[in-house]
Design a protein around this ligand. Structure first.
Ligand SMILES: O=P(O)(O)O[C@H]1O[C@H](CO)[C@@H](O)[C@H]1O
Ligand SMILES: Nc1nc2[nH]cnc2c(=O)[nH]1
Length: 271
């Protein structure tokens, strides 16, 4: 695994000039954020040794390195999901490569279904905590001691200082922000009505099919993590007959992306 990480990181290092301080993972419909990165170098995943390829619509499949908020950043325009058939070490390989490139902070974003009855489609939620409901932990298998401990502490996976700063930025920019718990499960099915209810009873405010494995691996390596969900649909819609489609998920996320950009950029300026 270490060899795989180094090989991919060394390939990327040859293509870029400087060290990224922040890694950013862009969720479904949020890829346009990548186009806001200046002086960008784009590296298709298919060129990077050992990288999987994106198979989901709205995840274009490239690393974008460049300047944002006065810092060097590297963004994943497209992530890998467990439901695509990838093993957990493939899903999380880019996070390990991003750390190996030098980034100490990870920003994650996703499109998610709202479970909290106070949430509406189009809301943004700061991820305060998560529930790992994937069938496999991302760190299952022999621990890679060079990366982190066998039993990583998960009492505060999301950096509380960055959460407070994000709330200040949102207040100043008059952006409405929710805050809550994200539950990650494997998908690709969206939830039945009973499953949405179960996740709510478990204590979650939003649900999706990503993020948790990436965050676990990042925390294992001692990275600081900040996460945001865009609520693209809700578990109790006004018209229950309508259902949820991936097109709708991408459309709603796309309309909220400019606000997410303001929060992410504001935070990066303060790092
Ligand atoms: O979590 P991201 O990648 O934003 O995508 C979310 O949107 C897709 C479903 O429409 C699923 O992949 C779900 O996880
Ligand atoms: N699991 C899950 N993932 C999503 N991604 C966007 N909306 C949803 C949802 O309602 N459930």
């Amino acid at each position: 695994m270490l060899e795989k990480i180094n090989k991919a990181a060394n390939f990327v290092k040859q293509k870029i000039d400087g060290t990224p301080q922040v890694g950013i993972i862009l969720g479904s419909g949020l890829g346009n954020f990548g186009n806001r990165i200046e002086n960008s170098v784009k590296i298709p995943y298919s060129d990077i040794p050992g990288f999987p390829v994106s198979t989901v619509e709205g995840h274009s499949g490239q690393l974008i390195f460049g300047d944002l908020g006065g810092k060097k950043v590297v963004a994943m325009q497209g992530r890998f999901h467990y439901y695509e058939g990838y093993e957990m070490d493939q899903v999380t390989l880019p996070v390990r490569v991003i750390k190996q490139l030098g980034a100490g902070t990870l920003f994650v974003s996703n499109a998610a279904g709202g479970l909290n009855p106070d949430f509406n489609a189009g809301d943004m939620m700061i991820i305060d905590d998560h529930i790992n409901f994937f069938p496999q932990n991302a760190l299952r298998g022999k621990n890679i001691d060079e990366l982190g401990p066998r039993f990583p502490d998960m009492s505060e996976p999301y950096n509380q200082e960055m959460i407070k700063k994000a709330e200040v930025i949102a207040n100043k920019e008059q952006i409405k922000l929710q805050k809550g718990v994200y539950v990650g499960s494997s998908g690709p099915t969206l939830e039945t009505s009973a499953e949405y209810k179960m996740f709510r009873i478990m204590g979650a405010d939003a649900t999706g099919m990503s993020t948790v494995p990436e965050v676990i691996v990042a925390v294992h390596m001692g990275m600081k993590v900040f996460g945001m969900s865009v609520i693209t649909n809700v578990s109790e819609p006004a018209d229950p007959e309508k259902g949820t489609t991936h097109d709708e998920v991408q459309d709603v996320a796309g309309t909220v992306e400019p606000q997410m950009t303001k929060i992410f950029t504001g935070l990066i300026e303060q790092i």
